[in-house]
Design a protein around this ligand. Sequence first.
Ligand SMILES: [Zn+2]
Length: 162
Amino acid sequence: MQHNKNSLLKLFYQEASPQEASELQKHLTDCTECQKYMQFLNRMGMTLDKLPEERPLSNTFERIMENIPERQPRTAFVQPAISAAPFFKIAFSMGLIVLLIYFAQSKISLLPIWDSLQEFWLIDAIGGFGFMMLIFFTVGTFITLSLSPILYFDMHRKALRL
Ligand SMILES: [Zn+2]
């Protein structure tokens, strides 16, 4: 059997089952380490017994009751502070996306498949830039849709008290 301080604590506080207790007693007869721990617990118990017992003040209950608000505070909707930062971020992101599309469309015309793609009237009409924009838009839509459950639950986390 292992030296188990938790079991020894149970034994000390007389919370061990009779079977557990007898096993522990058996172990204690030839384990000096656990014997030392039990002696330590006994000394600690005696020291604690000497301390005066703390009693709550007689009016503790009344004081607690006084501090309980009569009505449950309503969870207030916090108006987010309006700041200009998101607009700059959005403008920056959009600029970045347009640059990316511009870069991508300059490369797509180098692909050998581009010649056959251009034969479609739609791609012919919107050109390389429009085609790349369409791809970005489609990919973006799919990403947003796949993330929407997460976004939804994140927004309603407070309301759902999750
Ligand atoms: Zn032991």
